[in-house]
Design a binder for this molecule. Structure first.
Ligand SMILES: NC(=O)c1ccc[n+]([C@@H]2O[C@H](COP(=O)([O-])OP(=O)(O)OC[C@H]3O[C@@H](n4cnc5c(N)ncnc54)[C@H](O)[C@@H]3O)[C@@H](O)[C@H]2O)c1
Length: 435
């Protein structure tokens, strides 16, 4: 049993805290957002993540997990502190490190004994050294500490499974003893452990996210060509994916990536390259291809409907991906803006993200049921590939629609079946420009 403090109770911090507590450690999770802590102490989760509610409840009840807004309380007796605060994009695409800096200062001011400070946030290369400087500078008396990078690779929507069964654990530090301690902490996860230096660990995280985003943008570029030459990008992806050198994941063409990580991480990596006088041509294109897709889908829908002015369009899904209510950088936001600008009215249904989405999309009419949402619509767009959309009653959907038009921007339906059912159906890269 180790005593652990987690700073930042967001997606990463809450999952990290709950999972380490579940492994038998004593965890105190801290956040500067008092409301969030108050809610957690009353059993109210700040985010939707499958299984998290139960995991938190169980570990709080067992006395292994607690929440506070006091650094002094959270650090009392702690041997490890994880920094898991946000690192959003700054104005020029750089990572905004203000929350990491504030956390490092607060840790320095409140630490009571030797600490291993572990950076779980995704931070630019060199941040670990910078955090060490901040802690040195802010300590009121000298207490030994080490900084270790241990980037997080979990995916929202499957965060608990990803945390407990990681593909690998990456640990970066210049202090061998600290790296070993962090490795010991992760041993129960039984994943390969890569121990390296701080900067290399920080780069592994950015490189991994940027590479996955590149795979998706590559497939999206290819999808347009598939449309032109009559090939099916889904089958192409399946055929490619059997090749172990390529792998079958992240080959789905569609509306592209969003969320709290890929957009900011690709931009931050490109920013770092430009800052060093390099030209990140691939990274810039990866972002460009991704964002163009959002306007493109609306343009293609407009072609199907002969214009969008005065038309009502229904969106199936709003969250940036299934199994989450996270709306950060969700493609739906841009799709809605393009639709509204073209003069359309927008309806939407999402199984969990509507409460989070409504304030961001005040002009969208949200419905509690997908069929009610489709009623009177001139066309539907599949925006998020929620499982429950895959087997909707297509006849009921068709009956509800004013015109049987579906733009499947996540390629979840079978084009053949959709045509047999009488839909005017279009998808991404499935070999048939307009049905
Ligand atoms: N969300 C993901 O899927 C994911 C996956 C891997 C890595 N990451 C990285 O992990 C980091 C955290 O991401 P997230 O999505 O969990 O962020 P988040 O926005 O959900 O949570 C961050 C939390 O930190 C708190 N916070 C901010 N400043 C603080 C301070 N000084 N002291 C204490 N708490 C403070 C905020 O109130 C918030 O609750 C980011 O760097 C992100 O890139 C995220």
């Amino acid at each position: 049993m180790k005593q652990i403090c987690v700073v930042g109770v967001g997606y990463v911090g809450l999952v990290t805290g709950a999972c380490f507590a579940d492994l038998g450690n004593k965890v105190v999770a801290l956040d500067v957002d008092r409301k969030r802590i108050e809610n957690l102490n009353n059993g109210i989760m700040p985010i939707y993540e499958p299984g998290l509610d139960e995991l938190v409840r169980r570990n709080v009840a067992a006395g292994r997990l607690a929440f506070t807004d006091s650094y002094a309380e959270a650090l009392k007796g702690a041997e490890f502190v994880f920094i898991a605060v946000g690192t959003p994009s700054g104005v020029n695409g750089e990572a905004d490190l203000q929350y990491v800096a504030a956390a490092a200062r607060s840790i320095a001011e409140n630490m009571a004994g030797p600490l291993v400070i572990i950076n779980k946030s995704t931070v630019p290369i060199g941040t670990g050294d910078w955090v060490a400087d901040i802690v040195h500078g802010a300590q009121t008396r000298e207490i030994p500490f080490s900084v270790v990078s241990c980037p997080e690779f979990l995916r929202e929507g499957s965060a608990i499974a990803d945390f407990t069964n990681p593909h690998r654990t990456v640990i970066g530090s210049l202090h061998h003893e600290a790296a070993e301690k962090v490795a010991q902490l992760h041993l129960p996860l039984r994943a390969p452990i890569v121990i390296t230096d701080l900067r290399t660990a920080e780069m592994i995280k950015y490189a991994s996210n940027a590479f996955l985003a590149t795979k998706i943008s590559f497939m999206n570029e290819l999808a347009d060509l598939c449309d032109c030459v009559g090939a099916d990008v889904k089958e192409v992806a399946a055929g490619m994916g059997y090749d172990a050198r390529i792998g079958r994941h992240f080959l789905d063409a569609g509306l592209g990536w969003g969320g709290s990580c890929f957009p900011k991480d690709v931009k931050a990596l490109a920013y770092m390259a430009k800052d060093k006088g390099l030209a990140p041509r691939i990274l810039d294109s990866v972002t460009l291809v991704n964002y163009e897709r959002r306007a493109d889908v609306v343009q293609r829908l407009s072609e199907m409907l002969g214009g969008l002015e005065g038309k009502t369009i229904g969106l199936l899904g709003l969250a940036f991906k299934p199994n989450t209510d996270d709306m950060r950088e969700a493609p739906s936001i841009d799709v809605v803006q393009h639709l509204l600008r073209a003069g359309a009215h927008v309806h939407a249904f999402d199984p969990v993200a509507m409460d989070v989405a409504q304030p961001l999309l005040p002009d969208v009419h949200m419905f509690k049921d997908p069929y009610d949402m489709a009623a009177g619509c001139n066309g539907l767009v599949v925006v998020t590939e929620w499982n429950e959309f895959k087997q909707l009653d297509l006849d009921q959907l068709k009956k509800a629609l004013k015109e049987p038009v579906i733009f499947d921007a996540r390629n979840i339906y079978d084009p053949q079946l959709m045509r047999e059912k009488g839909f005017k159906y279009r998808a991404i890269g499935r070999g048939s420009p307009v049905a």
